[in-house]
Design a protein around this ligand. Sequence first.
Ligand SMILES: [Cu+2]
Length: 133
Amino acid sequence: MRVAALMVAVVFTSACASAEAPAASTRPAASTSARPTTATPAATATVDERTVLVQLGEHFFDPSAIKVKVGTTVTWRNNGQQTHDVHAYDGSFNSPPLGPGNTFTFTFTKPGLYRYYCIPHEGDGMIGQVQVE
Ligand SMILES: [Cu+2]
C-alpha cells in the first residue's frame, strides 16, 4: 500500500514540475533530472541521490528514517488529507503548515542526526529523522 502511495507521489511531483515550467519556454518540458527519488521503505533507507522525497500522511513520515550525504536536498510532500508540518527538534528547519499536496524542501549542508516532528501529530508518533553523513 505504501509502495503504491510512493509511486503516486513521484507521478504527482513530475506533473507538478512540468506545470511549473516557464510558459514562454519553447523547449520540451522534459527536465526530469531533478525529480525526487523515493527511498525503499526500510527502517533506515540509505540514499545516494541528491534529492530525496519523504511523504507525509496520517500520521506518519514515509520513509521515517533516511540516511543521506551532505548536500542532499530533502523534499517533504503532504500526500495526506490533513495539514501537517515539519520541524527539527534542534531548530535547523521549520516548515509552514503544509496543506494537502504542499511541499517543503531543505538542503542538509552539515553532517549530523536531524530528528524532526509534526507539531499537531507528534503525540501520535509522527516523527522522523535524517542522518547526514
Ligand atoms: Cu501531522
